[in-house]
Design a protein around this ligand. Structure first.
Ligand SMILES: C[S@@+](CC[C@H](N)C(=O)[O-])C[C@H]1O[C@@H](n2cnc3c(N)ncnc32)[C@H](O)[C@@H]1O
Length: 277
């Protein structure tokens, strides 16, 4: 099995749309659905929507922009951008089931005119050079060893001066992490790298770094809030990431929280701009 097949297999849970439909039915949600109502299940990263809002604000997107979502997953961030800025978003993801589910959710929200979804690898984008105003990647680089390759592809499709923002889990301390985690069942699917490694890859690909933001404190507060909500609730909510991560959800989350608490990994944003010449 290739690395990409193994990563896609890790993510594809099977019958995902059916489970999300069931969750929506339990909440009496029928199309047209407000994209915000899907946020508990379609924002697959630390902090969910609470992380997406400030991250996207920093990009300064407008309705004139063409925006690329690298590793779009179920399309939550893409729908947030399309609904809140009016930008035209192209999302690309390796996992066919995620792309199919993202397409259905996009149609349920009535945003299909503003969002194009493609199955493929972000290391080989099926897009023309110099066509995008902005690109972002949320919790995807942890599956991709070739950081320079992904930065080069982002640089290729961006216009000069275009922004590229990354929000990934990065390696910040020594020691192996404990698996499974939300992005990998085992070490073979994981490709964690330090912020310095990301910065070098971006610089080599023609970007200048504009900002780096450590989201560790935010993540710890988020984990504490989630734990408190779970203790107060009688069971999982109708819509939640357990529908995506399956039977091992609790173990994956426990390991991720412990890996963050132990100082081995941290969620970090790096914002960059493609150099004009
Ligand atoms: C943790 S999910 C994050 C999804 C989405 N960005 C979000 O924040 O909701 C990671 C995603 O990266 C995708 N992915 C991993 N490697 C990829 C690659 N080489 N090309 C495209 N997508 C990839 C996976 O299929 C998965 O959907």
């Amino acid at each position: 099995m290739t690395h990409t097949d193994s990563v896609a297999e890790h993510y594809a849970p099977g019958a995902l749309l059916k489970r999300i439909s069931g969750g929506c039915a339990a909440l009496n949600l029928t199309p047209p659905i407000d994209p915000d109502a899907l946020a508990p299940v379609d924002e697959f990263h630390i902090g969910g929507r609470f992380a997406t809002v400030p991250f996207m604000a920093a990009l300064g997107l407008t309705s004139k922009d063409r925006v690329l979502d690298l590793g779009c997953g179920l399309g939550g961030p893409a729908r947030y951008v399309a609904a809140n800025t009016g930008a035209q978003v192209t999302g690309i993801d390796l996992t066919q089931e995620f792309v199919d589910t993202a397409q259905a959710l996009t149609e349920w929200t009535g945003l299909e005119d503003r969002i194009d979804l493609i199955q493929g690898s972000i290391l080989d984008l099926p897009l023309e050079a110099g066509t995008m105003d902005a690109a972002y990647m949320i919790h995807v680089g942890m599956n991709i060893a070739d950081k320079t390759g992904l930065a080069r592809e982002a640089a290729r499709v961006l216009k000069p001066g275009g922004v590229f923002a990354i929000y990934d889990v990065m390696q910040v301390g020594m020691g192996d992490i404990t698996f499974p985690v939300p992005w990998a069942s085992s070490a073979e699917q994981s490709a964690l790298a330090s912020p310095d490694h990301y910065r070098s890859a971006l610089t080599e690909a023609g970007f200048e770094i504009t900002q780096q933001i450590d989201r560790t404190d935010f993540a710890k507060q988020f984990f504490a809030d989630i734990a408190a909500a779970q203790r107060a609730a009688k069971g999982p909510p109708p819509l939640g990431l357990h529908l995506v991560m399956g039977d091992t959800t609790a173990t994956k989350l426990r390991n991720m929280v412990e890996n963050v608490r132990s100082g081995r990994i941290s969620p970090i944003e790096i914002h960059a701009r493609k150099r004009s010449a």
